[in-house]
Design a protein around this ligand. Structure first.
Ligand code: MRU
Length: 340
């Protein structure tokens, strides 16, 4: 039913190399910090929770390689932290997961503690996803047509996934009649990865071009839109794959339910909207498609990887601790502070 996108193998991290999908399921071993950074930058691993987990495991790898304990270990980890922090800027999970490891390491600077913390983060994500899937499935009305964007399944989150986990769980319960997936230009996470994962789970999706989605929503062809998140601020503002904003806007204008599914490791209560760095990726990703150049020489590009959806357009945020309802500026702090 579910793939597993990452495994800890003590002296290396085994990942599914997502750049090879959907044509080949290739596992790749990351043996050094440089391997880990390269895999994140080039999106061999991607998706906010998975980026966080792989970065945390990257710190564990570096701790083992160094063989240091005490202050020496902290210095090694700080250096590795800075390398990994410069890979992709928008998904806050990258920083949150590494901060969790650093906190444990500072309290007990030993290799074992670092490894244990990183592996716990990985397993915690799976448990969180299981809970999100089951809570979220309850929100899907019987016979619903759902639409999702980008890839939010096992390939984005160790196993099960967030928004896609909800969809698969609701489908298993017989609640979903159709799943629309956007291709998600320019990296095609929807066409390549979400399509692959849904077929793997025995669900046949309907693939559409990104620009068709708001029109389908406006026509009433979609009952529920459900997406993941890369960073959610304290007022509910949600940073997610570019194109999410247009789905939320269309849903808002046509009274279609719009949900975000994300673990609490995706929350950032410190930043304001203007503080968040939106990743701008190479224009080559837009100029070329499937290894073919599609734009003439001489064009300029702006390849924004994420956008921000305002809280007014969001009907609920599904977390492992419960489903948050507006106003988010009160529901978010109260759920994050609770020990559920
Ligand atoms: O650029 P990507 O593929 O890393 O972006 C992924 C997304 O935007 C996902 O929707 C988000 O990380 C949530 S994954 C559970």
């Amino acid at each position: 039913m579910y793939l597993r996108s990452v495994e800890w193998r003590r002296d290396h991290i085994r990942i599914v190399d997502q750049t090879e999908l959907p044509h080949r399921l290739v596992y790749r071993d990351l043996e050094t910090l440089e391997d880990v950074a390269e895999a994140i930058v080039n999106m061999r691993v991607r998706g906010a929770p998975l980026i966080g987990v792989v970065a945390a495991l990257g710190l564990a790898l570096e701790a083992i390689k160094s063989g240091q304990e005490g202050d020496g270990l902290i210095r090694v980890l700080e250096k590795a932290y800075n390398v990994l922090a410069s890979t992709r800027p928008t998904a806050v999970n990258l920083f949150n997961a590494m901060d969790m490891v650093m906190e444990r390491a500072r309290a007990d600077p030993s290799v074992n503690t670092v490894v244990e913390a990183a592996v716990q983060i990985m397993e915690m994500e799976v448990e969180n996803n299981r809970r999100i899937a089951s809570l979220g499935a309850e929100l899907i009305p019987d016979g619903a047509t759902v639409l999702t964007h980008c890839n939010t399944g096992s390939l984005a989150a160790v196993e099960i996934g967030t928004a896609l986990g909800v969809i698969i769980e609701a489908y298993k319960k017989g609640r979903i009649s159709k799943v629309f997936i956007t291709e998600t230009r320019p990296k095609l996470q929807g066409a390549r990865l979400t399509a692959y994962e849904l077929l793997y789970a025995g669900i046949k999706p309907v693939l559409i071009v990104d620009s068709a989605a708001p029109f389908l929503i406006s026509r009433g062809d979609v009952d529920v839109v459900i997406v993941g998140a890369d960073r959610i601020l304290s007022d509910g503002t949600t940073f997610n794959k570019i194109g999410t904003y247009s789905l939320a806007l269309a849903s808002h204008l046509s009274d279609t339910r719009f949900y975000v599914a994300a673990p609490t490791t995706t929350f950032d209560l410190e930043s304001d909207r203007d503080d968040v760095k939106i990743e701008v990726r190479s224009g080559d990703e837009i100029i070329n498609c499937g290894g073919c150049r599609i734009a003439p020489e001489g064009v300029d590009t702006l390849n924004l990887a994420f956008d921000a959806t305002p809280p007014e357009f969001i009907d609920g945020i599904i977390t492992e601790k419960g489903v948050l309802k507006p106003p988010f500026s009160s529901s978010i702090p109260s759920i994050l502070e609770s020990n559920v």
